[in-house]
Design a binder for this molecule. Structure first.
Ligand code: CP
Length: 304
């Protein structure tokens, strides 16, 4: 049995197979309509979510399976003090596979150690969000045709933004990938990613504060929101929240074929006037999230 805690849990070849399966699901959904008949997915969400929880549920329903779960800690027995370890042992009696989101880093890993069913990390605090990364990789590979030879700008809250951390981990395994890390000083990428992931693996990167300075060189611009829920005080959040706003004027500096991704939810960091630009693919990205989660459920259940 295998779990998914980090995008690195899959080798590059396994990832390639998973993304190819996701594209097959995209083009031939009817082939997979009964692939999970009789199977159940549990979604255990201790933190709010729209895309991740609902795309997991849509994925399992599209595969012919069914879903059960909870969407907040308050509506589960966590509110009475039940541990994640005990909860997953119980969920193992009810479901065949589980996606878990939790505000604490490492909570999904703790669950996986006690689980009798495959556990998928659907976001653990400011740490990792591997299924968002699978979504991002599928979006880039499908729309750009490659995951190598890319200059990728990550912009916004690079300190707390777990989607950016997971994406860097995943993309360093492809040839000739360069990163431009665009953030205010206070929201720079954590040292462990700079030192242990980028420098240790000789991955080229630059750190900038001005989005305008970065945009002209980028093949992909990955915007992120400032993670309000991870700030210790409201004042700091308010000071940072509108640091970056991608507007039509700034987009004039970009390549004609640069893609704009965003894991969503968006707050204010991409002006809605951009939404109709063909380079803005963040809503398409959310759709790819369903295909890749269908592929992931099939893959993990196959290994069970
Ligand atoms: N991208 C993402 O994780 O969105 P949700 O928080 O809505 O699940």
């Amino acid at each position: 049995m295998r779990h998914l805690m980090s995008p690195l849990d899959f080798s590059v070849d396994e990832l390639d197979d998973l993304l190819t399966l996701a594209n097959d699901i995209e083009h031939y959904p009817e082939k997979y309509a009964h692939a999970c008949d009789g199977k159940k997915l549990a979604t255990c969400f201790y933190e709010p979510s729209t895309r991740t929880r609902l795309s997991f549920e849509a994925a399992m329903l599209n595969l012919g399976g069914s879903v059960l779960g909870f969407s907040s800690a308050d509506s589960s027995s966590a509110a009475k003090g039940e541990s994640v370890s005990d909860t997953i042992r119980v969920i193992s009696c009810y479901a065949d596979i589980c996606a878990i989101r939790h505000p604490k880093e490492g909570a999904a890993l703790v669950a996986s150690l006690k689980s009798f069913i495959p556990v998928i990390n659907a976001g653990d605090g400011g740490h990792q969000h591997p299924t968002q990364t699978l979504t991002d990789l599928l979006t880039i590979r499908s729309l750009k045709g490659r995951l190598s030879n890319l200059t990728i700008g990550l912009c916004g809250d690079l300190k707390f933004g777990r989607t950016a951390h997971s994406l860097i981990h995943a993309l360093i395994r492809y040839a000739n990938v360069k990163f431009v890390l665009i953030s205010p000083e206070e929201l720079r990428i954590p040292d462990y990613i700079r030192e242990d992931v980028l420098i240790k693996n000789n991955v080229p990167f630059t750190e900038l504060e001005r989005l305008e300075d970065a945009i002209p060189s980028l093949d992909i611009l990955y915007m992120t929101r400032v993670q309000k829920e991870r700030f210790f005080n409201e004042e700091d959040y308010v000071r940072m929240k509108d640091f970056y706003i991608l507007t039509k004027d700034k987009l004039k500096l970009a390549k004609e074929d640069m893609l704009i991704l965003h894991p969503l939810p968006r707050v204010n960091e991409i002006s809605v006037e951009i939404d109709d630009d063909p380079r803005a693919v963040y809503f398409k990205q959310a759709q790819y999230g369903v295909y890749v989660r269908m592929a992931l459920i099939l893959t993990l259940l196959k290994w069970r």
